[in-house]
Write a protein that binds this ligand. Sequence first.
Ligand SMILES: O=C(O)C1=C[C@@H](OP(=O)(O)O)[C@@H](O)[C@H](O)C1
Ligand SMILES: C=C(OP(=O)(O)O)C(=O)O
Length: 432
Amino acid sequence: MARVTAEPRPWLAPSASAPFSATVRLPGSKSMTARALVLAALADGPSVIERPLRARDTQLMTAGLRALGVTVDTADDERWLVEPGPLRGPARVDVGLAGTIMRFLPPVAALAEGTVEFDGDPHARNRPLRPIIEALRSLGASIDSSPTGGLPLTVRGAGLIEGGEAVIDASASSQFVSGLLLSAPRFTKGLVLRHEGPPVPSAPHLRMTTHMLRAAGAVVDESVPDVWAVEPGPMHGRTWVIEPDLSGAAPFFAAAMVTGGAVTLSGWPAESWQPVGRLTELLTAIGAEVTQSGDGLTVRGTGQLHGITADLSEVSELTPVLAALAALADGPSELRGVEHIRGHETDRIAALVAELSKAGAEVTEFRDGFRVEPRPLHETTFETYADHRMAHAAAVIGLAVPGVSLTDVACTSKTLPEFPELWAGLVAGVES
Ligand SMILES: O=C(O)C1=C[C@@H](OP(=O)(O)O)[C@@H](O)[C@H](O)C1
Ligand SMILES: C=C(OP(=O)(O)O)C(=O)O
């Protein structure tokens, strides 16, 4: 499958000479945009997605849905229109490096009539996929996968999935559960999915899935721990208003903390489906003041960065940026509970241990995280491993440490193509 990935773009992270006060306007949540696209594609009428994220992950998701017969009009940046159509192959889906596509679209493909091939970036083939594929097979889907159980794979859609009961070990990714649940109302018998194994990470993402399913009209029962039941039935087209991406905002908040300034994320809703409470607790423990007002969500640096001990299993996406703050803190930190991030865009534990150590920190690796002993950091070339959040972490360190260069900043296009320019503007005092 021909695949286009951005050329590596080396980048010198700007260092900050003074605290800054800025308001940032960021695009929509990746996770909400991905779910809205899938639910809209499976609905019984058209949908509108307001303030979506336009980035590599969501554009590849859009392309994948179009290949399956869905009409997605993305001409207007603020308002995407989705018109469901009969799902059909033959089709090819490039998942890029997106967990959301490789886990959310195979169930949709199994509902299509025809053959749908999936592949992605080289590292996408190493990301865990087997449990969701095996669960889909047990629910009646016909799928050929690689010997490792992952990409590349071919879904031989029969136009329906029988559904019923399935057991899955979703300890490697909550997206296995989300992927099955999002399509489940369209399974002939619905779905009763039971997780068996070590805890499922990223609970807030699971709640986002069930909230959005209900908002689309699905009947979902999650009253029994580790069991999700979805009744068969129609989902309705609707208007989805996407919240600004909280994980994408994390490096900007960290910038306020590192420089002793303030960053406001504008457009933040009074009630959110993202884990703002957990982020607030963590940033406050490190030394920030977090407030919410009509202007948005504001994080103020207090001039203090404390080390923390935290289990990040619920918010593992935040690990790289929190690790950067830990390396700049006034005491040691232990960030644990995230073994599964070894299966993210790269092995994030190994990558953070390697790169923070190179910059001068003393880092001890554990199976499920690491301990960071801050030391004076020095200039370094930070390898980004095609991982947007490794680039964010390097940029945060670069604010305080002159001479931090990144092997590639183009990888930030996965979730925020404007990152280098927004970041440089922020440091230069230009509001976005
Ligand atoms: O469902 C989602 O949108 C996501 C779930 C989480 O995945 P894991 O449970 O694999 O960590 C998160 O880390 C990822 O960035 C987005
Ligand atoms: C883990 C992440 O992405 P994905 O959706 O590709 O799993 C992430 O964005 O931090």
